[in-house]
Design a protein around this ligand. Structure first.
Ligand code: WTA
Length: 661
């Protein structure tokens, strides 16, 4: 015990950690010269990433920057993502496991899907999709839980050149409909349900409800996940059973479509400043090169590894680092259906032990929960197979970082704290695990070849030790190409802030991720969080404006403002400040109506943790709601300037209400 205490003290005081020697000995990248080499050879350095792929036709040019910010990468090249992730591994690794699927019920056997089996099922389903009418460039929407058919469907779409648009299964019927309409998507793949904390949950009713609001006809494929446990839906006429489709196409093969490097691979809707979700467009070669290269360089993935990322495929982390990156490298990727605390709080560690997991990648919110639950849960398991740990999605404080380092990594695994976004496609700021020292709380330097900086409001770099806004001054292969059918908004959202938008010189164009950041004297960047109206709830990215419009739509609400408030476990939670209509029912009724509206329009993850009723909202003289002030009130912080308010007297009342709430 005394020894343990010493250890805790030593860890608490240590603010820099060297990469563990044992790790470095075997790491994919160990030469710190990579930074200089990439800088000197930019953008040619990215040929290294392209070399990880097999090309039908080689590309003519690494980067075409003739029309910024519409950059094109590996132009002239031809490639197919399904071929890269499946076919090309068959000779060497056909019998090895591609996807190790773990269902939530412990009595259910895991499914180990070899590359050979994955190839067969991807082909059969690709043939089925074609027969349903899916053509090249048709957008196929998926609203799917974490079941094997999900990655199979992604790869089947990629095989026939049909871009996919995945809507997180936790999102509501309304959110599904909105995204299907925006993408003119005529195909939907969904499932009857899934298991969560021991219950068989109905999912199909939600998808069906969404389809009622889709303004065009849709062919739907339904995966039967629950069998007899499910609510036993009889399929509608426009619905096809996944198993039947695959059985009808048994043994079918579909030649992978040769896609242009710049052809769309997928769309992913994400939250931004306005209420309307943004359709982030990723293309084939640049995205795949980026996710494969970062999987190798940052996550240190090798084909013989068993790699476990606990994200959901419905978010970008699952796309890039459960499916495309790991499978492009021919490794074994683990996917788990359920929650971390079912049947007990050691479920992840049980999976790590059972499968001899070598890399584990999760979000800080999960780590904060593990820490709260206590070290006895990982302590029950032999985690010595682990070689590397990763985190993503939000800032991680030094305390949970050190807990993770000690209790999961046994002080022998490097931790990569990876900053990136839906828009960046893959990692942008992180230490290289076999090269750089780690500083808990700081993501680290930009990835080699990435020109991330911290600037002030005028775009001037801040001195070391300074704070400001994050920018990326040069393009990179994994970047979004535009917002779907909305080039103007693409420029407005990501470039206008720091670019000369009239210029056609790429040096005048700067990408703005809308994050605040600090930089230290060694160039380590700490990303502190969004500077726009985006909240990060348990690592899930949501827009306060989307939530606000749901709240306002509830019966009895006259006006509302939604802000993100700090939370020890979830990172942030939603607080809704609400003015009641004169003839509204009681507060309880309105509260229930608000909760229902948010669940209905977005999903349960966006539900406010606090609803604060107030007769007025703090407003500027021009009538703008001061959301910043409400955020300070929610966080119990000292309030900034209130002198510009039209109604400063309301502030104290609201504060009292929040304290009492
Ligand atoms: C935040 C998730 C600090 C950031 C991959 C970013 C982070 C947003 C980190 C993107 C990190 C992600 N440290 N903040 N390591 N990683 N973020 O699009 O605010 O769901 O802009 O992509 O998450 O969220 P998204």
């Amino acid at each position: 015990m005394v020894e343990d205490n010493n250890l805790e003290t030593r860890l608490a005081e240590q603010d820099e950690f060297e990469p563990p020697a044992e790790f470095v000995e075997q790491a994919n990248v160990t030469d710190e010269g990579i930074y200089e080499e990439f800088e000197e050879n930019w953008p040619g350095c990215w040929e290294q990433a392209a070399d990880l792929l097999d090309w039908y036709d080689d590309y003519d040019q690494v980067l075409d920057d003739s029309n910024p910010p519409f950059y094109e990468w590996f132009t002239g090249g031809k490639i197919n993502a399904s071929y890269e992730c499946v076919d090309r591994h068959l000779d060497d690794r056909g019998d090895e496991v591609a996807i190790e699927w773990v269902g939530e019920p412990t009595e259910e056997a895991d499914r180990s899907i070899t590359y050979e089996e994955l190839h067969r099922e991807v082909n059969e389903f690709a043939a089925a999709l074609r027969d349903l009418g899916v053509g090249e460039d048709d957008v196929v929407t998926m609203h799917m839980p974490m079941i094997p058919a999900h990655p199979i469907a992604l790869l089947a779409c990629a095989r026939i050149g049909a871009p996919h648009s995945v809507v997180f299964a936790g999102f509501s019927a309304n959110a599904l409909a909105e995204r299907m309409n925006a993408a003119d998507s005529e195909y939907l793949i969904t499932a009857d349900g899934y298991y969560r904390r021991g219950d068989a949950l109905d999912h199909l009713s939600k998808s069906r409800e969404g389809l009622e609001d889709v303004d065009h006809d849709v062919e739907t494929v339904v995966v039967d996940r629950l069998g007899d446990d499910g609510p036993g839906h009889d399929l509608h006429e426009s619905e096809h059973d996944y198993d039947d489709l695959v059985a009808e196409h048994e043994g079918a093969t579909v030649e992978p479509v040769e896609r242009d490097a710049e052809d769309m691979l997928f769309l992913m809707y994400t939250s931004g400043t306005t209420g309307q979700p943004k359709g982030v467009k990723h293309t084939t070669a640049g995205y795949l090169a980026w996710t494969a290269w970062t999987s190798q360089t940052v996550l240190d993935i090798k084909p013989e590894d068993t790699y476990f990322c606990s994200a959901d495929i419905g978010w970008i982390t699952g796309h890039s680092y459960i499916v495309y990156g790991p499978l492009a490298l021919g490794t074994t990727t683990v996917m788990y259906e359920g929650g971390p605390d079912y049947p007990e709080r050691d479920r992840f560690w049980e999976i790590v032990e059972d499968l001899d997991v070598t890399q584990f990648y999760t979000a800080p919110t999960a780590i904060r929960s593990f820490m709260k639950w206590g070290s006895e849960y990982p302590g029950r398991h032999d985690l010595s197979s682990l070689r590397l740990l990763g985190t993503v999605g939000e800032p991680i404080n030094p305390k949970p970082w050190k807990w993770y380092y000690k209790h999961i990594g046994g002080e022998s695994c490097p931790i990569v704290d990876t900053w990136w976004q839906t828009e960046t496609g893959g990692h942008m700021i992180t230490t290289l695990p076999g090269v750089s020292n780690m500083k808990p709380g700081s993501a680290g330097p930009p990835v080699p070849g990435v020109d991330a900086r911290v600037v002030d409001g005028d775009g001037e770099e801040v001195p070391s030790g300074g704070a400001g806004y994050l920018t990326v001054d040069k393009p990179w292969p994994g970047m979004l190409r535009t917002l779907y059918k909305n080039d103007e908004r693409f420029i407005e959202e990501y470039w206008a802030e720091y670019s000369d938008t009239d210029s056609d010189d790429p040096d005048d164009w700067v990408y703005f991720p809308e994050d605040g950041a600090k930089i230290d004297d060694e160039g380590y960047i700490t990303v502190v969080g969004r500077v726009d109206d985006v909240v990060n709830i348990s690592g899930h990215r949501l827009g306060t404006m989307e939530i606000e419009s749901a709240v306002v739509s509830a019966d009895g609400v006259a006006e509302a403002a939604v802000v993100g408030a700090d939370d020890d476990i979830k990172g942030e939670v939603v607080h809704a400040y609400v003015i009641l209509e004169d003839d509204a029912g009681g507060e309880d009724a309105v509260r229930a109506a608000i909760e229902a509206a948010v669940e209905d329009k977005i999903g349960p993850i966006a539900r406010p943790s606090k609803i604060i009723f107030t007769p007025e909202l703090p407003k500027t003289r021009s009538g703008k709601i001061m959301r910043r002030l409400l955020e300070e009130i929610s966080d119990g912080e000292e309030l900034g300037d209130t002198s510009t308010l039209r109604n400063p007297e309301i502030v104290a009342d609201i504060q009292a209400e929040v304290r009492g709430n």
